[in-house]
Each structure stands twice: as C-alpha cells, then as structure tokens.
Design a protein around this ligand. Sequence first.
Ligand code: ATP
Length: 269
Amino acid sequence: MSSFELTYDGANLQKENTVLEVAGLKKSFGGLVVTDDVSLAIESGSITGMIGPNGAGKSTLFNQISGFYDPDDGTVEVNGTDVTGKQPNKIVQEGLLRTFQTPRRLEKMTVREAMLVGAQSQLGESILPLWISGAEVTREERANLERAMELLEFFEIDHLATEPTTSLSGGQMKLLALARALMAEPDILLLDEPVAGINPTLVNQIAGFIEELNQEQGYTFFIIEHDIEFLMGLAEEVIVLNQGRVLLEGTPETVQSDERVINAYLGDM
Ligand SMILES: Nc1ncnc2c1ncn2[C@@H]1O[C@H](COP(=O)(O)OP(=O)(O)OP(=O)(O)O)[C@@H](O)[C@H]1O
C-alpha cells in the first residue's frame, strides 16, 4: 500500500473531542416517521458503526446530518458549530462529508477529473485545472492535482487516472468515492454502505484503508453497513437504529449479544 502525506491539522476542532453532535433529529415523509428523536455524539478519532433493518432510517439520518434533507426538528453540530439545515457544501466546510450507497458514474469524466470536480463541488470552490477550464493553473490547483494523485495512489487506482469513470467496476467506483471524499479533508466522514455488493478481497482491502486513515491520519468515521463482519471488525462503538429510533449503543460485543438487536436485525441475517 502506498502512503500519502496528509495536511490534516484538526484546525476545525473546537469542542473537546466531539466532532459530531446530533440532538432530537426528526424527519417524516407524509405520515411516515422515519427518524424519531435521534440523538448521538461521535468522538474525534473514532470509528462508529450504524446498523439496523432495511428502512430503519439510517440513510435518512445521514441525509439530515449532511444537509441533503432538512430535519423537521432537532439540531446537528459539527465541531461545535450548529449546521442544522445548512447546504451540504457549507457542512463540508465545517468538516463533515458523506458518501452515498451508489456512487455517481460522472459521465464523460476521467477518474482524475472526477477527483478535481469532486473537490470543487464538495467545497463550493472553483479548482478546475488547466485542461478543463483553460485558465491559468494556480498554486492551489497544482496542490489539488497533487493531492488527487496521492489519494488515487493510496487507494491503488492511480493506474486508472486517465480512464473514463464509466469504465470502472463497482468496486473501483467505491474506491473512487472514498478518494473523492478525502479531497475535502473532512474531519469526519459518513460512509453509507462502503462495501455493499463488492467482493470479499476488496472488502478486506477497504477495511485496511479505513483503519489506516483512522489510526495513522486521525480521520473520524461514521459508517452504515449491513456487512456485519466488516463493521464489527472496524468499529469501537456501534449504534443500532430501529424504526427511526436508537435502540442501543455499545461495543460490537455488547450489540451482537443483545437479544433485542438479534430479534430486530441480526436474527434475520
Ligand atoms: N425522499 C423520501 N421520500 C419519501 N420517503 C422516503 C424518502 N427517503 C426515505 N424515505 C423512506 O424512509 C424510510 C427509511 O429509508 P432509509 O433509506 O433511511 O432507510 P435505511 O435504514 O437506510 O434502509 P436500507 O438499509 O434499506 O438502506 C423508507 O421507508 C423510505 O422509503
């Protein structure tokens, strides 16, 4: 595995050790209550998992935290700043970014271009390089290009840099989604099913990447995943969501042996 130097400085950290704090988040669609009074806190430098049955409200919760949905009630704080109801790119600027279950294919772009456009849309800034914008390449653009290539190397997809994103496999798209997310240098990354539908070798490889990013570079992760082995191997803390509510929060051992969790979720697997 190649390494890359991270310019992460934790500058956004203000509140003691808490990078994300969610209080009383509620969201309904029509008459359906999807998240119901969800409160949780994520410590800086941790890996936290979230499990729960299909339709429990996990992705909806991530959408509210990251600004893709407006909560009906409740608050979201990132690094001590209230970001409730803010646009996703503003929340990225505060240090929180989410990935999606199904990454976009980014038609007509090469992998390298997708990295740079990713950073642009995530940060709401123009960082398009010369070959896209025709403008003079600034020092910042050069730095972004360098970081893009370092990240592609880290995820071992640098050989695909000039390939169209449409030629990537599902697993390679998952790696690209992670690499693009890191362009923004978020303090906390919310990953929505980062290993769904990919082969076991790549699942292990992605677990290794996440572990390295967490342990050696200090990134905080909050991960939704149905692959229990993957999640329990990575997370120190697991939150169980059931019918829009937090059923339980605890270590992987506590959660896996809890009868309510087995009945509501694990028993079906
Ligand atoms: N934009 C929306 N409009 C209407 N209903 C929605 C919307 N988004 C989510 N829902 C509904 O909210 C419920 C929870 O969906 P959500 O995707 O959050 O569940 P989940 O726990 O992530 O499930 P899964 O594990 O299957 O991905 C579902 O019944 C879903 O149909």
